[in-house]
Design a protein around this ligand. Sequence first.
Ligand code: CS2
Length: 496
Amino acid sequence: MPNLLYLNTENTYSLPSGTLKANIDRDKIKTSIVHLGVTNFHRAHQAAYMQELIEKHHELNFGICGIDLLESDRKIYNILKDQDGLYTAIFKNTNGIHEYKIIDAIVEYFYGPENPLAAIERMAQPDIKIISLTIAEDGYHLNEITGEFNLTHPEVEQDILNKFNPKTVFGYLTQAFKLRKNRGIPGCTILSCDNIKKNGDTIKSSFFNYVAKTEPSLLPWLEQNTSFPNSMVDRITTVTSSEDIELLKKKYLIYDQWPVVCETFSSWIIEDKFLFDRPDWEKAGIQFVKNIEPFENMKLRILNAGHSILGILGTLHGYKYVHEVANDEDFVLFLNAFIDKEVANNLVGSSEQNIQSYKREVIQRFKNAHIKDRLSRICKESSSKIPLFILPTTQDQLAKKDHIENSAFLIAAWCKYYDGEDDQGNTYEIMDSLSNQLVRAAAKSHVKPEAFLEVSTIFGDLHKHQSLVDRFKYYTTKLRTLTIKESLQQLSSGRL
Ligand code: CS2
């Protein structure tokens, strides 16, 4: 291929003007945000919002310093270092129209596993006003049943022993804030951007629990010098494929080693309780509210739950992508029924009209064939997702002695998912840190169906609700004799 440009600052000067790269003097961007966990989602969401402020409103005071904490982040760290923090965001809408933009917002980057003290030192510098994070559901080390911080998680225990070589976000935060306090530097805002209910309150409680155990004398200062807004984040961001990399080479002659691919839709709603300055995010369409609960409940219980439902049921059929399942009426009927009969009456603070229009919009977004969102991405770490996205609905319904058929069917389907074979006779990979336990429970359920519901780290005491157990047992047995499509068809026509 002729004259390929490797993406880095110098080479962007050779790009024809008016194409992907805005005309910005990156040296003028000052860092004020540290972001922990430079995931695809962060690159497509928060960094893209910052890009808009930089490009359209000349906001140069809130550049991002990305810090990766996991061994598995080595690849993105190396690439960002190589590309001077630059990467391309590819926005794909439902009509197949793609927009491309080189994102300048990440101006510094550190890699914790290589040099934890350098990362901690950067977090402790006075120019940092916000520490935001996307560490995924399992990064919070919550006990799935109680929702409390799990101080006995092996990584947490390891951090308690090795303060200066932490692995968890809590170990890093503790050391950074200790430095800030000792040096007389003010604290800052910690902004969780993960799909967790009350994500700000959750990170605060986990962090403070960790500090109470490791550095109790720091707690009173932290109480005064930190703030943890809750937020709701939303943009479907897929796993980048080699075709996307090739597309950029072909269309723009750019070699970007890891572009990010997402839908055009984006939303971010935050509680406005920042300790010091924050960017004028309103200018980029971010909404600030007093109470996040109605927004986050709707997002987690409709969109994320909907994803998990299509992910599990679709995988059982043999589909590979979200849009394939979302365009199959048998599956969409089930999703609609779950939302209408079980989710909707637990969404306190949202009108029926809002719920219905949000649901329709979400299903439309799922139908986007151009982003090619893989079911394997959705099903990855389901053991952290189902307890956050689906089971709260089941619990609410049980408490009200209301409809639980769809929950019971879905949990039964999730059990069958761990058999590892789809209805076309193909096997699929199960990527879950609890897969050993869940595969074993699913195997047992062939003889004793309720064995799956008895995995208490996931289901708590759900196995004590006889109405759920009965329906779960019934569906588990049926699902093992019928295909998922047959089961869904029989369920919707009242024959199951
Ligand atoms: C998905 C989310 O991981 C999942 O299961 O539901 O990543 C989803 O795509 C985002 O939350 C969309 O905002």
